[in-house]
Ligand binder design. Structure first.
Ligand code: ZN
Length: 300
């Protein structure tokens, strides 16, 4: 397992973590400058932030600073109630792949979606099996485009509390079942292309509780472990989405999980992804970044 105690060369900042500074919106160019000033070598930006700053502008900034992208957030949200909705999701996901390729991201993260309409407050139906089959079909279709663009797709299983509104893929096992069905790989195939076209993003917030976690990380192997996201689970958690903790402040044994991931050969960035309306988004972003760096060394 890599020693993170000495420096933060393997720290990546998911830009949601400092999308607000002292409660005010922080635009992506300012986020990038702040990360560079702290010697952070990688980020994972969100599409809305990139769109607001302009893709060409962000692409130039990333290149000029020699920044890596540990991922690009995000594609997915495949389920819909009609053909027009499914087509809109397909078109939007293709654009997300193209943007990720332009930014030279390590992968496009997929938050696959749940029951159509649930995120807006009213689910159109209760058929989660239908949603899951639309997710499968959506990923299958996107995979062709992603392979042409040489952009790996990383399915991020979300905690089951998000099954209705954000993602009906809720465990590593479920995600890997989809990977193996849509992107089967034979042993010995991996020498030229170390990463699969379809894999997983392991976010400790979503999967730490899973009794099969170690086993499923081993099943994924290096080829399908495309991203590693960290934050912490607070007790109590006061908001389902926006009360994620700083590493070390909660109950997740992050070093243990990183050990499992690295035992498979994962050697990428450890990406800090914290949504925190009540705490970290209220603080100055410099302080948040300093804390991320310190906790990367002591609690990851
Ligand atoms: Zn994540």
């Amino acid at each position: 397992m890599r020693d993170f105690a000495q420096d933060h060369r393997w720290l990546s900042i998911n830009t949601a973590t400092i999308r607000k500074s002292s409660g005010a919106d922080l635009p992506l160019p300012a986020i990038i400058e702040a990360c560079v000033r702290k010697g952070i070598r990688a980020i994972s930006p969100w599409r809305d932030q990139v769109a607001a700053a302009g893709l060409a502008n962000v692409s130039r900034l990333v290149r000029d600073h020699g920044l890596a992208l540990s991922g690009y957030c995000r594609g997915g949200m495949f389920p819909a109630t009609d053909a027009a909705g499914l087509k809109a999701a397909r078109d939007d996901n293709r654009r997300a792949v193209d943007e990720a390729a332009e930014l030279n991201a390590a992968c496009l993260v997929l938050v696959v979606g749940g029951l159509p309409g649930a995120l807006q407050g009213k689910a159109a139906h209760k058929d989660i099996a239908l949603a899951r089959s639309q997710v499968r079909d959506g990923i299958a279709e996107l995979l062709d485009h992603a392979k042409q663009a040489r952009m790996p797709l990383a399915i991020e299983p979300l905690h089951p509390m998000y099954a209705a509104d954000r993602a009906c893929i809720n465990t590593m096992e479920q995600a890997l079942d989809v990977c193996e069905e849509l992107d089967p790989r034979k042993s010995g195939e991996n020498s030229e292309r170390p990463q699969a076209a379809l894999g997983v993003a392991v976010d400790v917030y979503h999967v730490w509780w899973d009794p099969k976690l170690q086993q499923q990380i081993a099943r994924a192997g290096k080829e399908r472990l495309l991203a590693f996201h960290v934050c912490d689970w607070m007790t109590p958690t006061t908001d389902l989405l926006n009360d994620r903790g700083m590493m070390g402040d909660g109950v997740i044994d992050i070093p243990r999980i990183r050990g499992w991931v690295e035992a498979q050969g994962f050697a990428g960035y450890s990406e800090v992804e914290i949504f925190s309306t009540g705490n970290w988004w209220k603080k100055p972003h410099e302080e948040v970044l300093d804390t991320c760096i310190a906790r990367h060394k002591s609690a990851v």
